[in-house]
Write a protein that binds this ligand. Structure first.
Ligand code: GLN
Length: 515
């Protein structure tokens, strides 16, 4: 691990307009909203600054698939008018945000990074989008992603890859790589990603951000185009733990439109992020998520963070979760199985692309020509794998066994949480890898999610937060907690972030070197 460079990171996530040197794209979301509420900054100015930044850097970064400048400015004007009229504004009013292109959004395209949905417009808003609009968050546009959220590098987007702002020859992670790159490149202070096996936490880790997968069922999946319904969950990407908490609170909560949404109160994530005290907490280091396969720089940054937690008064315990070893193979049966069923809806009849309908061809042929041209290679691979795993005669041997492994993993978590309050591990085995390095080796690509998949299989919440650099590239630490104890992630994350900031500045670039 190298020391954090001082010049590019001096005041990356400034908390006042003055400290940001007038550059409002450097402000945290909380500071942006506070400045707007105080009348120091208008929502239109904040939005214009984000749009100008996008115009400056997004040709290189390619975080966005669609930019809705007019819609964003109109939303910002409404916030300014409401403020002028003396109305009370919410904690994120006027803050710009990048939305992963897997959430149905009225008035914008929703492509899921796929040709099969090119030009398709959703007739309704996902509940996450409805809640963001209700919170007066300014939607800048739709962020690039791996096709249907299948991937770990955003190279599976049909619209071309996104680049990592820390090093534009490298991947920004995936599948929410556009969302993460937008925040890391200061194009937006906030983004929404989705996480089926790690797709919020892994890009957060490799882009130096905070990313959270909330407890399954805590955030509505209504209008989130389904990849693997029993695993998918939307969540926040931000530059600080406090910003992530504000966004988490804005999108979470019961929704009658999603039958898997759980009717429990949203945990006090914002208060937990501000508490900055972990004295007496028991933190378990997962033995199975460490060792030889991990980059030495990742191991060093992780070890230093564990040391910091000890100094902060947490009790560190080594914990074994023996079945985590089987999480990846189980995931790569369950996720493709569910995807093979979910993606059957793209049949050339209902949504998007329709090829070969010349008046002669039958429905089967139109469907097959459309899918042949509309789906990319990774999506086809998963549909074929999942269809095979679910076929009669193989169902028990593959899908059935994988579901049993899922139960064993949940039991490992339950046993661990009898000893500790949270579990920790590195978020990813390596920092960002070069674009192209793993495109021809799906299994090597799948290994990026080794540490993140167990929480999806068991349903518990998990956070990645930046804890240092390895050869100049960000390293993330993962915190996992029991279901519906999402506040514990923020309590530990907030304390660790504050301690690390005191020591060597916030580990996020101020100005991406190549931009
Ligand atoms: N990289 C994993 C996959 O390809 C996880 C993706 C995700 O979380 N959406 O399935």
């Amino acid at each position: 691990m190298t020391d954090h460079p001082t010049s590019p990171v001096s005041q990356p996530a400034s908390t006042s307009v003055g400290a940001a040197g007038g550059d409002v794209t450097r402000l945290t979301a909380a500071a942006t909203a506070a400045a707007i509420a105080a009348g120091e900054l208008s929502a239109v100015e904040a939005t214009q600054a984000a749009l100008e930044r996008i115009a400056k850097v997004d040709d290189t970064i390619h975080a966005f698939l669609h930019i809705d400048g007019e819609g964003a400015l109109a939303a910002a004007r409404r916030v300014d008018q409401r403020r002028a009229a003396g109305e009370a504004l919410g904690p994120l009013a006027g803050v710009p945000l990048a939305l992963k292109d897997v959430l149905a959004t009225r008035g914008m395209p929703t492509t899921c990074g796929s040709r099969i949905l090119e030009g398709w417009q959703a007739p309704y808003d996902a509940t996450v989008v409805t809640r963001l609009r209700a919170a007066d968050v300014v939607l800048l546009g739709k962020a690039n992603m791996d096709e249907f959220a299948m991937g770990s590098s955003t190279e599976n987007s049909a619209y071309g890859p996104t680049r990592n702002p820390w090093d534009t020859t490298r991947i920004p992670g995936g599948s929410s790589g556009g969302s993460a790159a937008a925040v890391a490149a200061f194009e937006a202070p906030l983004a929404i990603g989705t996480d089926t096996g790690g797709s919020i936490r892994q890009p957060a880790a490799v882009c130096g951000l905070v990313g959270v997968k909330p407890t399954y069922g805590a955030v509505s999946r209504y209008g989130l185009v389904a990849f693997s319904s029993s695993l998918d969950q939307a969540g926040p990407l931000a530059r600080t733990v406090g910003d992530a908490a504000l966004l988490h609170a804005a999108i979470a909560g019961h929704d009658a439109l999603d039958s898997t949404s759980v009717d429990v109160p949203v945990p006090p994530v914002v208060a937990a992020a501000a508490r900055r005290d972990v004295r007496g907490m028991r933190v378990g280091v997962v033995r199975e998520l460490s060792g030889d396969g991990y980059d030495p720089g990742v191991r060093a940054a992780f070890a230093a963070a564990v040391e910091t937690l000890t100094e902060l008064g947490a009790e560190i315990v080594e914990v074994s979760c023996p079945h985590f070893t089987y999480a990846m193979p189980a995931y790569y049966l369950i996720a493709p199985s569910e995807c093979s069923s979910n993606l059957a809806r793209f049949d050339a009849m209902r949504f998007g692309l329709r090829l070969g309908d010349d008046g002669q061809a039958g429905a089967e042929e139109v469907m097959s020509r459309t899918r042949e041209a509309g789906f990319g290679p990774e999506v086809k691979r998963r549909i074929i794998l999942g269809t095979y795993a679910l076929s009669s005669g193989y169902y028990d041997a593959y899908y059935g066994q994988a579901q049993k492994v899922r139960t064993l993993i949940s039991r490992d978590f339950a046993a661990a949480y009898e000893q500790v309050d949270v579990l920790i591990s590195p978020t990813t085995p390596t920092p960002a890898f070069p674009i192209g390095a793993k495109v021809d080796d799906p299994v090597a690509m799948y290994l990026s999610d080794l540490c993140t998949i167990p929480s999806n299989l068991a349903g518990g919440p998990a956070m990645s937060l930046p804890v240092g650099l390895a050869d100049g590239l960000p390293v993330g630490l993962q915190i996992m907690a029991p279901t519906f104890a999402d506040d514990r992630l923020y309590r530990v994350g907030g304390a660790l972030e504050a301690a690390l900031d005191d020591r060597r500045g916030h580990p996020l670039l101020d100005e991406a070197p190549a931009l």
